[in-house]
Design a protein around this ligand. Structure first.
Ligand SMILES: Cc1cc2nc3c(=O)[nH]c(=O)nc-3n(C[C@H](O)[C@H](O)[C@H](O)COP(=O)(O)OP(=O)(O)OC[C@H]3O[C@@H](n4cnc5c(N)ncnc54)[C@H](O)[C@@H]3O)c2cc1C
Length: 406
């Protein structure tokens, strides 16, 4: 069987599950707005099941959160409650299949995590105990085992760290591009730059979307527009309260291997890809001062100047070098500002708008972890007109409470 047939078979089986066969639904026209990792996965699964898919992006594929992301694939302690943990576990499992089918650059290294205060460490021990109860192979390890796993990372004797062997990382830009390319090979059209500007309804049903590059006739619209302001309210006629916040990601030039696993150390996250590039993420957000507030106005994805970007990157490298001294020699290749699409309760928002049933919302944090399962289940709902039970906690019409998970 050739690769194209395998891709089609895998995704079509995954999408349909029950209900009408893909061919019965193949005339359905779907526009996916947003070519980040979520839009790309939804488009791929829709195209695999025979839908007529057009993906539009106002800028370019993987130009926003799916570029400026740490890209840690995990179902660790932050995924609460248990049903959300199980949902993310399913996505982690599905990543393995997609990786094989599409040759995606995922590295399954596991992660090591620890904190600087006794109080937080104690909490971590409790969180790992819960993970074990929930079926994760996570465990606390001591400094001698840590040294065996991570020879080039300094770790105090007597301390303990959480080891989660199932975790992985992905190059999110390449993964997005490959999902889109696979969708395209199955007949999808990708258009950018093309901004969704309006929807046209007739008798309450969607008939077309307006874009900066023209009108597209469509039966369904998927909003995978990430942290973009006002899009959900305007296009889906529903409020999804978000507390979007920025994070800085530094990518170094390729260097000899320093890090084996994902390291979540006090103040810094880091991992090294198979291509040798180290990815650094800050644990804390930008300082709350006027200069930063001004710089962040309008939610830029890049720094106002390369000098400021490199200053920030060098500060992050210095923090990383406290734990992995070899990282100090790294040369910075890119510095991104990523804006987290973050519904205020920290959970995804997935499903049709109750006010515009043909408009489907897919907005979330941990979108790198969740992209496979969300693409699969959203496509199933869109193509079979059924509701998938495991998505029921994430509907756009739920009442949102502020819960800080990240
Ligand atoms: C600093 C940081 C670290 C993170 N770390 C992790 C992690 O370790 N693990 C993890 O799982 N998740 C992580 N996340 C979250 C994850 O990156 C996001 O959840 C995910 O990338 C969201 O993907 P998306 O496709 O929904 O959004 P995006 O990638 O933001 O894509 C949305 C797209 O929509 C387009 N768009 C917006 N408006 C319109 C319009 N009107 N018309 C057309 N196109 C439009 C934009 O141009 C953009 O390309 C992190 C995020 C950040 C910022």
């Amino acid at each position: 069987m050739d690769r194209r047939t395998l891709i089609k078979l895998l995704a079509a089986t995954a999408v349909t599950g029950c209900g009408p066969s893909p061919s019965e639904k193949k005339a359905l026209k779907v526009v996916v707005a947003g070519a980040g990792i979520i839009g790309a996965s939804v488009a791929y699964h829709l195209a695999s099941a025979g839908a007529s898919v057009t993906v539009i992006d106002k800028q370019a594929p993987a130009s926003h959160a799916s570029r400026g992301t740490f890209a840690w694939i995990n179902a660790t302690w932050a995924k609460q409650p248990r049903s959300y943990h199980a949902f993310t576990q399913d996505s982690v499992a599905y990543w393995h299949q997609l990786q094989q089918a599409l040759d995606l650059p995922v590295r399954w290294s596991g992660s090591l995590e620890w904190y600087s205060t006794a109080e937080r460490q104690e909490k971590l021990v409790g969180q790992i105990a819960e993970q074990i109860e929930w079926g994760e192979p996570a465990r606390m390890i001591d400094s001698s085992e840590f040294a065996e796993l991570e020879a080039k990372v300094l770790f105090s004797t007597g301390s303990s760290a959480a080891y989660s062997p199932n975790d992985g990382t992905v190059d999110p830009i390449v993964a997005t591009q490959k999902l889109l390319a696979a969708a395209q090979s199955l007949g999808a059209t990708i258009q950018y730059p093309s901004e969704l500007t309006d929807v046209t309804l007739a008798n309450g049903r969607l008939v077309a979307v307006e874009t900066s590059t023209g009108t597209i006739a469509t039966d369904r619209l998927v909003l995978a527009t990430g942290a973009a302001e006002n899009v959900i309210a305007t296009m889906a006629d529903i409020e999804v309260p978000q507390r979007t916040k920025p994070g800085i990601i530094v990518i170094t030039k390729p260097m000899p291997r320093v890090l084996q696993r994902i390291i979540s150390a006090p103040g810094i996250h880091m991992h090294q890809r198979d291509d040798g590039r180290i990815v650094l993420g800050e644990q804390d957000g930008a300082p709350q001062n006027e200069a930063h507030a001004l710089r962040l106005e309008g939610r830029p994805n890049d720094y106002p100047s390369p000098v400021i970007a490199h200053d920030h990157a060098n500060r992050m490298l210095a923090v990383a070098a406290q734990f992995a001294p070899d990282v100090q020699a790294a040369q910075v290749e890119a510095v991104y500002i990523g804006w987290r699409p973050l519904p205020i309760d920290g959970h995804p928002v997935i499903g049709s708008s109750p006010n515009r049933p043909d408009v489907y919302v897919a907005i979330m944090h941990s979108g790198v972890t969740l992209a496979p399962i969300v693409g699969q289940l959203a496509a199933r709902e869109l193509l079979t007109d059924t509701l998938v039970d495991s998505l029921s906690p994430y509907r756009p019409e739920r009442s949102f409470e502020m819960i800080k998970r990240y």
